[in-house]
Design a protein around this ligand. Structure first.
Ligand SMILES: Nc1nc2c(c(=O)[nH]1)N=C([C@H](O)[C@@H](O)CO)CN2
Length: 116
């Protein structure tokens, strides 16, 4: 299966369940694996057939930052829904990491896979 990948997309946003988290920005890091047939783009060398990782990155940053969210699970689910519906991706793996959330861990996070 062909994929388009985005690694370590940093999104600074209001995220967290505790009161002290609702007045600060924290960084989330997203890894995205998106099923996409890359052959039409490669055969024609035409951007029109490519899943644009820049467009996806910008859209997801807007989505995640438009309002405060408590759980990183919610972030992952909203990101997956957006990719399946707006970008017509048939399958996606979304990893959301929140470094700094647990001081004794280098990072913590969630991973989901969704398809339509
Ligand atoms: N499974 C989760 N556990 C926790 C979350 C979360 O989003 N998913 N969030 C918190 C707090 O916001 C924490 O990150 C503050 O450091 C705790 N557990």
């Amino acid at each position: 299966m062909d994929k388009v990948l985005i690694r370590q997309l940093r999104i600074d946003t209001v995220i967290g369940v505790y009161e002290w988290e609702k007045n600060i920005h924290q960084s989330l890091f997203l890894d995205l694996d998106m099923a996409w047939d890359n052959r039409p783009a490669a055969a024609t060398d035409n951007y029109q057939y490519a899943l644009c990782y820049e467009t996806v990155s910008n859209r997801l940053t807007k989505l995640v930052t438009e309002k405060p969210i408590e759980l990183i699970e919610t972030v992952a689910e909203r990101v997956a829904e957006c990719l399946l519906s707006e970008f017509r991706v048939s399958w996606v793996k979304v990893v959301v990491m929140k470094p700094g959330a647990v001081p004794s861990a280098s990072s913590v996070g969630v991973e989901i896979e969704r398809s339509r």
